[in-house]
Design a protein around this ligand. Structure first.
Ligand code: FES
Length: 182
């Protein structure tokens, strides 16, 4: 038998590789716009978290202990305001020695002002007044200003420790750590 004649290969269909841009319709544009918006907001969100990670929101708290200088730097009878802004503390010298007063009003926590002419601390919020000792005598403040632990550091400087507070109305001003005899 004669072998069957091979059939000629069928011609391959021509594939057109040229992309012909179609005209974008309004719906397509809206799709592109919404995807772009989504991508942009994702990028901004990611950038925000990266920046928060790199620059964390840290609040600065002053140290609880600080040196206030030599005892001789405090004039007798004076309220020293050098540490009010930075450490929330007044250092007062009377005829016997030094004590450190908190600058937090015992009514609702505002910061009183020392009025040298009137020899008193006066709270600007509701008018409480405190004597140089810290004892309240006018306005709504229910108790004296608090005192902080005070002592001498190894180098002879006055050391104030705000982690220990002494409340006059509880008799804690009798604690030897609340007053520095110098
Ligand atoms: S907070 Fe000072 S008097 Fe009210």
């Amino acid at each position: 038998m004669a072998a069957a004649a091979a059939k000629p290969a069928a011609p391959r269909p021509k594939v057109q590789l040229v992309w012909e841009p179609k005209e974008l319709h309004r719906r397509d544009w809206m799709l592109v716009a919404s995807w772009s918006l989504f991508a942009l907001s994702s990028l901004v969100g990611t950038l925000f978290y990266v920046l928060r990670y790199l620059f964390p929101n840290v609040t600065y708290e002053p140290p609880l202990q600080f040196k206030a200088g030599l005892p001789t730097e405090f004039a007798p009878g004076r309220v020293d305001e050098r540490f009010k802004a930075s450490f929330g503390t007044w250092v007062v010298r009377n005829e016997l020695g030094l004590y450190a007063l908190s600058t937090v009003c015992t009514h609702l926590g505002c910061t009183p002002n020392w009025l040298e002419g009137e020899q008193k601390f006066k709270c600007p919020c509701h008018g409480s007044g405190f004597r140089k000792t810290g004892i309240n005598f006018e306005g709504p403040a229910p108790r004296p200003l608090e005192r902080y632990r005070i002592g001498l550091a190894d180098d002879g400087q006055v050391m104030i420790d705000k982690s220990a507070k002494f409340q006059g109305e509880k008799g804690e001003w009798a604690n030897p750590e609340s007053f520095l005899y110098v």
